[in-house]
Ligand binder design. Sequence first.
Ligand SMILES: Cc1cc2nc3c(=O)[nH]c(=O)nc-3n(C[C@H](O)[C@H](O)[C@H](O)COP(=O)(O)OP(=O)(O)OC[C@H]3O[C@@H](n4cnc5c(N)ncnc54)[C@H](O)[C@@H]3O)c2cc1C
Ligand SMILES: *[C@@H]1O[C@H](CO)[C@@H](O)[C@H](O)[C@H]1NC(C)=O
Length: 492
Amino acid sequence: MLAYAVLAIVHYTFFLSTHAHSAAEPRVVDSDGICSQIENAISSASDVYYFGELSYFKDIGHWASSSSQLSLCSVEPGTAQDVGIILGILGTTQTPFAVKGGGHTANPGFSSTNGVQISMSRFSEVTYDAQSQTVVIGTGITWDDVYAALAPHNVNVVGGRVSGVGVAGFTLGGGYSWLSNQYGMTVDTVTAFELVKPDGAVVTVTESSDADLFFALRGGMNNFGIVTRFTLKTFPQGQVWGGLITYVAHHVDDVTKAAATFSATVTDPKASIITTYNFVLGSIGISQLLFYDGPTVPDGIFDDFLAIPHFTKNVKTRDFLDLVKTPPSDITIGQRGIFHTVPLLEITPAILEAVVNETMFWGSRLSLLSGNFISYQVEPFLPGVLSHASSPSAYPPSRSVMYLPFNVYYAWTFSFSDSKFHDTIRASVQHLTNVAVAEGQSGVETASPYPNYAMYDTPVTRIYGENLGRLQSVKARVDPSNIMRLTGGFKV
Ligand SMILES: Cc1cc2nc3c(=O)[nH]c(=O)nc-3n(C[C@H](O)[C@H](O)[C@H](O)COP(=O)(O)OP(=O)(O)OC[C@H]3O[C@@H](n4cnc5c(N)ncnc54)[C@H](O)[C@@H]3O)c2cc1C
Ligand SMILES: *[C@@H]1O[C@H](CO)[C@@H](O)[C@H](O)[C@H]1NC(C)=O
């Protein structure tokens, strides 16, 4: 934990410098009075905020500072009807806007804008229905909030694995969870969306009400309007076992072997891991997350990891939310950041060896350019994850083969280094793709990358594949004047 403590102090200093930098940017002025138009049209359940107000800064804030922009104003709608009124004004005036749920995208401009920032924070309900075993969740909250509200009922949903991630973007892009091996992706557990269509109409979208739109919303992100509520299936949840172990450079090879063995042999759907290779403070290390959906773990599953000498170790039987809060998921908060991904078919020793090399090769070079956190997250899942959908979804375009949501994450300080980091993450992803192809992993170069990890310039033809045509026809019907084109994201 020493490394993390030092890092936290270093980052605080960096945060102050990047914050000062952004405050020096020219302030945007709403010369057309769009924000006052919105202010006059919305009900008393909603509010508009301006530069200088605390709520404005909260509304434009993101997990990665590079995902934030200064907007004309921010608006916190309190009703779905007001969301419709706001979309109407933005459409008529052709004003760029952004919709933010938990603000955890690493892609610049996906939930930020220099137009009008919409923050969904007032959509904060969590309403559990024991009868139907479902829960209605507002799109302005984090998974932490949902887990906390469901815990007293001993049920859970298929959501985020670490603290602070928003339910909205996560669910609209797919959703890989500790529980995915058992129940599928989050999109596979959605039974209904409350959607404000671009024309302002508030509709409930289910498989039976509108099968095409239901298909499109499960992975199609913000292309079809603004979602105000999800209805998700719930599942029984008791105590779980797991947490975080960190290892220093000396033990990287042993942990790599353990991860490869786990990936190749463990078929118990209650077990799951994330092996994160990171380069911090001049050296490679591993943050190893272990999860088992039960108070005790059958012998053999995690024994290899537990036998390796650790740097820090915090694993035990605990509540689900406590496990989610164990890793320091906001360690790089306030820094610039980018995610990218390779849709791997398998976690093989050759891939892991290449990942170790990438971590050290780019870690040592990028740290000279204010790169504070260079990391590669290996996330094995069972192919059975794809077997839980009631019908096809926008993502993944094919369910016949499981490609894994492997994540690359870089964090750095200075905005003038953005293009260097973006170019490097592209090169690193290309290199790992080549390694996978060279060892015979078929389809990796064309498979659909996970939209919640894919970098902003990934072509939608690649993400949605065969599904793109169907998505485009849903889009033409639901958003004929292309109002959602005024906001960032992967556009179908
Ligand atoms: C620390 C961390 C941990 C993560 N862990 C996981 C993980 O375990 N599994 C996983 O699958 N992914 C994970 N992710 C990736 C995560 O799925 C994405 O970052 C996702 O975008 C987060 O959703 P959000 O609501 O916080 O994001 P936001 O930045 O608020 O939104 C992301 C996108 O969704 C759109 N959007 C937001 N709200 C709405 C709405 N109401 N209607 C329509 N569109 C909307 C935005 O416009 C934007 O394009 C993680 C990310 C981070 C940073
Ligand atoms: C290590 O990674 C770099 C950058 O991708 C690459 O050029 C180099 O060939 C790799 N080395 C080995 C031994 O794989």
